[in-house]
Design a protein around this ligand. Structure first.
Ligand SMILES: NC(=O)C1=CN([C@@H]2O[C@H](COP(=O)(O)OP(=O)(O)OC[C@H]3O[C@@H](n4cnc5c(N)ncnc54)[C@H](O)[C@@H]3O)[C@@H](O)[C@H]2O)C=CC1
Ligand SMILES: O=C(O)[C@@H]1CCC=N1
Length: 281
């Protein structure tokens, strides 16, 4: 018998695993591939045949219908399933993912529930939004205490191609983030729909109205981003005394549009809390 130790089996390259391969997972996977990660370093568990075909066509990734031993190579597991199925999915994958850092994008589900289901304290939550698909997302991140600085960097690196990130240090605020920026793109689209409807009812074509509304949103948002002035100051600059904008803003104030929007966002926050209560531990 030789006293030379047998060569160690090659260490598999570290991989990132996604549990759930829908919209949010796709946005993150697109970013990882753009960073130069190979499709073979990305594992996806996705029960829907249609979604698996989509992942293969879009990214060249062969997703698995069920969690299997390939998950063991993942040092980072991203949870991109709906809150309603998180617990079941976590309990299924738990024996295969010990040792990994976990990142959840699920709305409402608290990190204490995730830690309990997965049997680890190494849990980060992110709340992204759909502009992540084009690298213009706005995400907030929250890490449990056991997550070290290097692991936080790892998460930042994963999120970087999707847009801006912001760490928050009080987990309950993630429900506010979910309500504001997580759901926020839908509010913008809702306004765009209404503005386009107004345009067509005044005689513009659908295409003209859509282009004018989208261009206005994009330009005004960029102006707000670049300007040192607060939105109310920027608004006042558009609003000539006795002019057209004044007539519109007066009408909106009379209808309570601003307050209604605040109430709507509070309803979203409340729903995020309920999701945590209903589908958490
Ligand atoms: N869509 C959005 O704007 C945002 C969504 N989120 C959160 O991201 C999470 C995913 O949302 P989306 O990607 O929009 O949903 P989605 O429906 O596009 O993707 C979820 C995927 O999970 C799969 N799935 C179901 N059961 C599974 C299981 N047991 N194991 C693995 N995969 C399973 C589904 O087939 C589906 O493809 C949700 O928790 C949501 O709260 C967070 C921020 C924004
Ligand atoms: O509507 C939802 O529940 C998810 C979370 C934020 C955006 N979409």
């Amino acid at each position: 018998m030789s006293d030379t130790a047998a060569p160690a089996p090659p260490t598999p390259a570290s991989t990132v695993a996604f549990i759930g391969g829908g919209n949010m997972a796709s946005a993150l996977i697109g970013g990882l591939l753009a960073q130069g990660m190979a499709p073979a370093q990305i594992e996806v568990v996705e029960p829907s045949e249609a979604a698996r075909s989509g992942l293969l066509a879009q990214f060249g990734i062969t997703a698995q219908a069920l969690p299997g031993p390939e998950l063991r190579a993942a040092d980072l597991v991203v949870w991109a399933v709906k809150p309603q199925v998180f617990r079941e999915a976590a309990l299924q994958a738990r024996p295969l993912t010990n040792g990994a850092l976990h990142l959840s994008v699920a709305a409402g589900i608290r990190s204490s529930s995730i830690a309990q289901w997965l049997g680890t304290e190494r849990v980060v939550r992110a709340m992204p939004n759909t502009p992540a698909l084009i690298g213009r997302g706005m995400s907030a991140l929250f890490a449990r205490k056991a997550v070290d600085a290097l692991e936080r960097k790892r998460v930042e690196q994963l999120m970087a191609p999707t847009g801006e990130t912001l760490w928050i240090h009080e987990e309950p605020l993630l429900d506010a983030v979910t309500a504001l920026s997580g759901s926020g793109p839908a509010y913008v689209f809702y306004f765009l729909e209404a503005m386009t409807r107004a345009g067509t009812s005044m005689g513009l074509s659908e295409t003209q109205a859509h282009r004018l509304a989208v261009g206005t949103f994009a330009g005004a948002a960029e102006l707000a981003r670049q300007s040192d002035d607060a939105p109310d100051v920027l608004r006042q600059r558009v609003t000539s005394k006795g002019g057209t904008t004044h007539a519109a803003i007066e009408s909106m104030e009379h209808a309570g549009v601003g307050d209604a929007l605040v109430h709507a966002i509070e309803a979203a926050q409340q729903r995020a809390r309920e999701l945590g209560d209903e589908f958490g531990t």
